[in-house]
Write a protein that binds this ligand. Sequence first.
Ligand SMILES: [Zn+2]
Length: 379
Amino acid sequence: MNATLAVTLLAAGLFVAPARAGASPPVEPAVVRAVGERTGLYVGRVEVQRSEGEWAFGVVLQSAKPGDYARGWLFLARLESSEWTVALDSTSPFARLAGKAPDSVLGPAEKQIFMAREDMMIQAGNNTELGLPYAVGATWTMTGGPHGWAGTDTPYSSLDLSGGDHVVRAAGAGTVYTMCADSSNGGTPGGWRRVYHANGYTTDYYHLWNLTGLGNGASIGAGTALGNTGTNLCGGGSASGRHVHWGILSGTTRVAWHWRSAGKWVFWQGAAYGGYALHGSTQRNVGTGLYNYGPLGGNQGIVDSNGGGTVNRRGGPGTGYPIVGTLNDGDTVTISCWRNGTTHTGRWGATAVWNRLPDGTWFSDAFAYTGVNTIGPNC
Ligand SMILES: [Zn+2]
């Protein structure tokens, strides 16, 4: 279909579906209804990307009013008894439809990820298991701490990052889509890309310039280049200088960065765009650099002595066991299993949990960030 036409007509508030082959009703009004019924807001764009017979797939963007930061979903629609059934991604209805859609409308790899993304499964822990959206080993500036997708709205699901080589990269492996793109800043198209990760998290990369050549639905590895930092506004909003506006979602629900981790940094929110990041006890405020340590594994923790210095490793789960070594603040540790022992209080509160390391030594869970209560089985 002619996406530009649809955008223009929608922006004018005069929705007119482009003519389509055959006698079927157009899918676009049904998609508008599906999103509108959800929140009753302005619908800015419906783009059908693939269709075959009774099936259609694409992107829908919605905002409070024209020019505002848009929300976005993938949609899947099926014509049944002359009416379109429309489902938005990361919901049970979408998962059910995905299982029946032809491969030409939703590819096998896409089906795999979306059939697992039912509402109830999207309960990932605070460790996103993602890196930062630039090369591992690089340092960029956090120009804006946790803030809303549209600025000061909650939750504070977004971070602004800029600098380095300006190459924005997928923070983890997943399935990539372009939510919108245009050449409003001149030259090659820029825009908004989204990556759906296998653990239920989703990441948004906005204001991009010079999008790389990735097809919608492509499976990509961690670190895949998505584009350069820029000031593109295809999804509304504003940008005062080139950066990536990086959003975190669970499914398609925006969630706060507060106490979530990426690149082995744990984010703390303050006022919108304020706050800081912690790696162990090392604090980086807005305007300073974040080194991308890469993802923290789901069975790993970051040693946090709550003030710097070392943490004792012991021969068993409690202070009654002998000290057999130390861990440094900021170390990454892999945890085999846990058991209750003596209670201690660290930055993350009081806990009786002790973690066993692969070498058989133990340390108190009070002195690590893991993003979950316990890792692995009870020893
Ligand atoms: Zn931002």
